[in-house]
Write a protein that binds this ligand. Structure first.
Ligand code: SAM
Length: 271
């Protein structure tokens, strides 16, 4: 049995390929590429000469079967996409799932991935995040995703094409109002740029922006506050405001608002 290596390639700067990735590409029997012409340029740059086979979105099922046969014959195969990590908004899932089914070893070769690099330099919370890829174009599913973003207590990461950026930002503005966003553009390239601000500010400067981009969206802090309050007992919640010097009437009004309860209900507990 051969092995399938999932090899990450640069997302702009060619120096972002690892020594291990180069060695794997040099040593496998075959390279399955999203676009063979694109990958050929990368291989030429590193003076690697290997047979290439195309594996793109539109022929993935058919190519998966061919690749599995070759792996079963004992060939080692490297899977690459046009840029970054295969399987992340790029072909890869189908062959990887099939390999696992067929008990063929799958070996990740780490490297560049746009979403991770946008996130780590964004300055927005990295503890917990959700990657949603490209927002769907279908009206209904798009609305559902936007609602998911609105409610998310985790940082959201989106990919977007430059010609759709403005309409996506306007949709976000409509549903999220003015949350903090970071637009990471042309990562690892000469014109790499991070534009930070609220959605309205980003809209103002994004009219003619070109290049590849990632959007990092701050989590919904309001929900977190509410949830934190819900973690308190009523007495603790009361004490919190009392310590801030508030009067009983005002405290009860605030607790009712924080917990989404009726004022009278809370009043009963503190008579
Ligand atoms: N597999 C890739 C990865 O690991 O990031 C993603 C491929 S997806 C088809 C292409 C999208 O990734 C672009 O539309 C953009 O949102 C993002 N992207 C890729 N390269 C980028 C770069 N250098 N700077 C910013 N975003 C990039």
């Amino acid at each position: 049995m051969g092995k399938l290596y999932i090899v990450a390639t640069p997302i702009g700067n060619l120096e972002d390929i690892t020594l291990r990735a180069i060695n794997v590409l040099k040593n496998v029997d075959l390279i399955a590429a999203e676009d063979t012409r694109h990958t050929l340029k990368l291989l030429n740059h590193f003076e690697i000469s290997k047979p290439l086979i195309s594996n793109h979105r539109h022929n993935e099922d058919e190519k998966t079967n061919i690749l599995i046969e070759k792996l079963k014959e004992g060939l080692d195969i490297a899977l690459v996409s046009d840029a970054g990590t295969p399987g992340i908004c790029d072909p890869g899932e189908a062959i990887i799932k099939k390999c696992i089914e067929e008990q063929i070893e799958v070996i990740p070769i780490p490297g560049a991935c746009a979403m991770i690099n946008a996130l780590i330099a964004s300055g927005i919370d990295t503890k917990e995040f959700v990657f949603l890829g490209f927002l769907p174009l279908n009206k209904k599913t798009r609305k559902e995703k936007l609602e998911e973003i609105k409610a998310s207590k985790k940082t959201i990461i989106l990919y977007e094409a430059p010609h759709k950026l403005l309409s996506t930002l306007k949709d976000l503005k409509e549903i999220l109002e003015n949350r903090q966003v970071v637009l990471a553009r042309e990562l690892t390239k000469i014109h790499e740029e991070f534009i930070r601000g609220n959605i309205e500010e980003i809209i103002k400067v994004s009219e003619n922006l070109k290049g590849e981009m990632v959007l990092i969206i701050e989590k919904n802090n309001k929900i977190e506050e509410k949830n934190n309050f819900e973690n308190l007992t009523l007495e603790e919640h009361y004490k919190l405001y009392e310590n801030q010097g508030l009067q009983k009437k005002e405290i009860i009004k605030k607790i009712a608002k924080d917990r989404g309860l009726n004022k009278n209900e809370i009043y009963q507990k503190f008579v």
